[in-house]
Design a binder for this molecule. Structure first.
Ligand code: CTP
Ligand code: MG
Length: 218
């Protein structure tokens, strides 16, 4: 019997946003509430990872466990993993900064792991031309154009076989997402169709874009 729990990451510093983006209002509720609500509806339990400064402001959220984050995203994930009950077999890692992730997106990554993948991630085709660059005397210079067909933009929620995710996180490894750590230990990472609405709020202007994509301006 599979048991699925989610870890919602809200312990970043929001340096590009200029504050705690998870606590910003988006429609009638805060960014983190959207993220926790979807995680709750798709899993048996939810672990919220926060900064100690946010403990009072997040006390009302409907989660099972609250843990404090670390200096890096990977460290925050490890702190969340440490709070998982023994019976959990499938773990979903989600950026609280992606309030528009849908239940359908959660379900598709969870289903892919239940079907046998070590990990499953949402991917979107990239539409801009991608170029590799280097620092030159007067600024950046192009070194080559990347084949766009071999590249996808990867989002969260990302689902994992619990044992693989724990194995990938040994030795205090670091990556910008957890699938990157699975790749490093030779695991299989399946890509499911992503969703533009699951945009990550990085800067202030992303709040308005998220509201539009989530249909909150109607
Ligand atoms: N995160 C975390 N712990 C960290 C760093 C990031 O829990 N030490 C979380 C963030 O809260 C966010 C997600 O990981 O939900 C993705 O990170 P990012 O968008 O980079 O958020 P921040 O690190 O907060 O933003 P910035 O990089 O602009 O400082
Ligand atoms: Mg960051």
């Amino acid at each position: 019997m599979e048991h699925t729990w989610s870890i919602v990451l809200a312990a970043g510093s929001g340096s590009r946003f200029g504050g705690n983006k998870q606590l910003a209002m988006l429609g009638h509720q805060r960014v983190v509430e959207w993220s926790v609500d979807v995680a709750r509806s798709c899993s048996e339990g939810v672990i919220l990872v926060i900064n100690p400064e946010s403990i009072e402001e997040t006390a009302d959220l409907n989660v099972d466990v609250v843990v404090f984050g670390g200096d890096t995203r990977s460290e925050s994930v490890r702190n969340g993993l440490g709070a998982l009950p023994d019976a959990v077999t499938v773990v979903v890692i989600h950026d609280a900064a992606r309030p528009g992730a849908s239940t359908a997106l959660y379900q598709s990554v969870i289903e892919a792991v239940k079907a046998g993948a070590d990990a499953a991630v949402p991917g979107l085709a990239v539409t801009d031309t991608l170029k590799q660059v280097k620092d030159g005397p007067g600024g950046k210079e192009v070194t080559l154009t990347v084949d766009r067909d071999t590249i996808m933009a990867i989002q969260t929620p990302q689902a994992f076989d619990r044992k693989m995710l724990e194995a990938a996180h040994i030795d205090t490894r670091e990556a910008t997402d957890d699938a990157g750590l699975i790749e490093a230990i030779g695991g299989t990472v399946k890509v499911v169709p992503g969703d533009v609405s699951a945009i990550k709020i990085t800067t202030q202007s992303d709040l308005a874009i998220a509201a539009e994509l989530m249909g909150l301006n109607k």
